[in-house]
Ligand binder design. Structure first.
Ligand SMILES: [Zn+2]
Ligand SMILES: [Zn+2]
Length: 629
């Protein structure tokens, strides 16, 4: 996540050095970054900074993960670029574009930089991490003079992003007067990055259904990176377990982008999966559906992700389309950073309006629910993503003096009915600091799993990197503060709900027995009728003395914990975590677990939750029960 700050900000990177020692902050707090962001915000831009225009002259059609050559031309504006001024080419830092470089003609990303302006000497230098800087020497570049870039000019070409998107940008920055402060050109040329060839089939069923119901199976033909929109046309064969009736085949046409919704009828009880197969060995196996009149209904969502308005890939509308039609989520929220990316969104009401409009346009209560949201990206107190209950919201910035602490954020959000969700609380880019209030209305849940790993505890694979001792969620819950548990992808690759496709780690939220409306889902967050997984659609139900997951339970004497888990593959472990102590149960190496655990000797304020681990590393965490005082 660091490149944006170092490369696209106008202020020079020197300010990252000599970070002041700030007392009482978590050891991972990044006061240096905050100082740099504040300096950048305060930096005075010369009128020539960010001047001129750029265009893509010609280029190979970009295909995810393949190489090509692209020719770009920059033309100065009325104020030109002074001698000693700088021009920067920044190819999109996500996720695979070669860094433009000038030192190795045989290497990937080799870039020829040229000008026809006589007397001008260009001094290009590759700065790594997708940034090329060009100093203007000899004389100033006058209005209308051009600089050409041939990116990928060598035999190795330049590697394109491995994630498909409609418009991957070539950013240009100009320090017109040479004082070390630059600004981005308002318009950046872009190329569409097409997906690679079909490599697999994703098939997704709802996790629960009632006997006799009609349900919908989502089918998506994806490339090797999980990109949708592959060029696929043909017939797929479907085969379901006996409790489900599906058509024996479906046809995907050239305009379908490799996706289809298929009606299926529930004809029995128990569990069922669907196998989908196609030409060339394409195959996919759906998640299991649990058919019963008596179980809570499960909805799935990804309430945390990023697109190209901050530091990810893809436009907001594409992000929501993938969430709905590929990941087959029931709800989702694009939560761009308030101040992290090419544009500081907290100063761009036009882009914030675009995000809100995209959420409104995709919102279809009863079918697919979206939230207007953003990420309060404090490098001091840790990150929270914010979800608003209505069609609009206010972006309270983590850099604004009025809302730069968790307590101030909570009080700003409270009258709006919004929630703030602390994420990667135990570490990752920055841990959540000890000043979090865990307000039951505004901060009812914590994100325990995302693309960064799990913050629940350190005793399982996939635990978060750069962990801060004392900040694990298990320790928080053992202390008696027990928010509900949610997962969020925190994906930056345009694949909401499926962040784990990129490297095994992801996060999704299951909501139990809620209306598929914004109110219904936020209410489930506030009552803790939620659980988290690191990506797979694992079914997990718990009750304590008959009370639903996440309840505050008054217990006298013995209480019975009931657990039902249905994995997407065999279960390796089912753990009961009581007030910080883990008791493993025998999961029996099968996909279904049912258990009844008598628990005695509860003290007021104790907590109990259940953790499930599959043989493939997939995990689920139930929200904790709390024992009433
Ligand atoms: Zn974050
Ligand atoms: Zn995030």
């Amino acid at each position: 996540m660091i490149p944006w700050a170092l490369l696209l900000l106008g202020a020079c990177a020197d300010s990252t050095r000599n970070a002041p020692a700030v007392p009482d902050l978590p050891p991972t707090a990044r006061a240096d970054l905050v100082r740099m962001l504040a300096e950048d915000r305060a930096a005075v831009r010369h009128p020539s900074d960010g001047g001129g225009s750029a265009r893509l002259v010609e280029g190979t059609p970009a295909v995810a993960g393949r190489t090509g050559t692209w020719t770009l031309s920059y033309t100065t504006g009325p104020l030109g670029i002074a001698e000693g001024g700088m021009l920067f080419l920044q190819v999109s830092p996500f996720w695979g574009w070669s860094s433009p470089q000038v030192q190795d003609p045989l290497g990937a990303g080799f870039t020829e930089v040229s000008t026809t302006a006589s007397g001008v000497v260009l001094e290009p230098e590759g700065l790594g991490t997708q940034l090329l800087a060009v100093r203007v020497r000899g004389r100033a570049l006058e209005e209308g003079e051009a600089v050409g870039f041939r990116y990928g000019a060598g035999p190795a070409g330049a590697l394109a992003d491995r994630y498909a998107e409609g418009a991957s940008r070539f950013w240009f920055g100009v320090d017109g007067d040479g004082d070390g402060v630059r600004a981005l050109l308002p318009d950046a040329p872009s190329v569409a990055v097409a997906p690679g060839p079909a490599a697999g089939i994703l098939a997704t069923l709802p996790s629960t259904a009632r006997p006799g119901e009609e349900v919908r199976l989502a089918v998506a033909v994806l490339d090797g990176q999980g990109n949708a929109g592959v060029r696929f046309e043909g017939t797929l064969a479907l085969d379901a377990d006996p409790a489900l009736e599906v058509p024996s085949e479906i046809r995907i046409g050239p305009a379908d982008g490799g996706t289809a919704w298929v009606s299926a009828r529930v004809s029995g009880e128990g569990t069922a999966r669907v196998r989908v197969s196609g030409p060339g060995g394409l195959a996919g196996l759906s998640n299991p559906i649990l058919i019963s009149a008596a179980v809570p209904r499960v909805l799935w969502g990804d309430p945390h992700g990023h697109g190209d308005l901050s530091d990810g890939t893809g436009r907001p509308a594409d992000w929501y389309r993938y969430a709905q039609d590929v990941a087959a989520l029931d709800f989702a929220a694009l939560t761009e950073h308030d101040h992290w990316g090419p544009w500081p969104l907290d100063t761009r009401p036009d882009l914030w309006a675009e995000i809100q409009a995209a959420a409104r346009a995709a919102h279809e209560p009863g079918r697919f629910v979206t939230f207007v949201g953003y990420e309060w990206t404090s490098w001091i107190h840790g990150h929270r993503h914010v979800l608003f209950p209505g069609d609009g919201g206010t972006m309270f910035s983590s850099l604004s003096e009025a809302t730069d602490t968790p307590a101030e954020l909570v009080e700003a959000l409270r009258p709006l009915g919004a929630v703030a969700i602390p994420h990667h609380p135990a570490g990752g880019p920055v841990a959540v600091d000890a000043s979090e209030t865990w307000d039951p209305e505004v901060v009812p849940v914590v994100e325990v799993a995302s693309v960064h790993g799990s913050s629940e505890a350190d005793d399982v694979p996939g635990a978060i990197y750069d962990a801060v001792p004392g900040r694990w969620v298990r320790e928080l819950v053992a202390s008696g503060t027990a928010p509900g548990f949610v997962g969020g992808g925190d994906g930056h690759d345009g694949h909401p709900g499926l962040a784990q496709l990129a490297g095994g780690r992801g996060g999704v939220t299951a909501v139990l027995d809620a209306d598929l409306t914004r109110e219904g889902i936020l209410s489930a967050f506030r009552t803790h009728r939620v659980y988290a997984t690191n990506g797979p659609r694992i079914v997990l139900f718990t009750t304590l003395d008959g009370h639903p997951m996440g309840s505050l339970v008054a217990v006298s004497g013995e209480a019975v914990l009931r657990i039902f888990a249905l994995g997407t593959t065999d279960l390796d472990a089912v753990d009961v975590v009581r007030s910080g102590t883990v008791t493993p149960l025998d999961a029996g190496r099968q996909a279904v677990f049912e258990g009844t655990v008598p628990l005695t000797g509860f003290e007021p304020g104790e907590t109990v939750y259940v953790r499930v681990r599959q043989v493939d590393g997939g995990m689920a965490w139930s929200s904790p029960f709390r024992i009433a005082p």
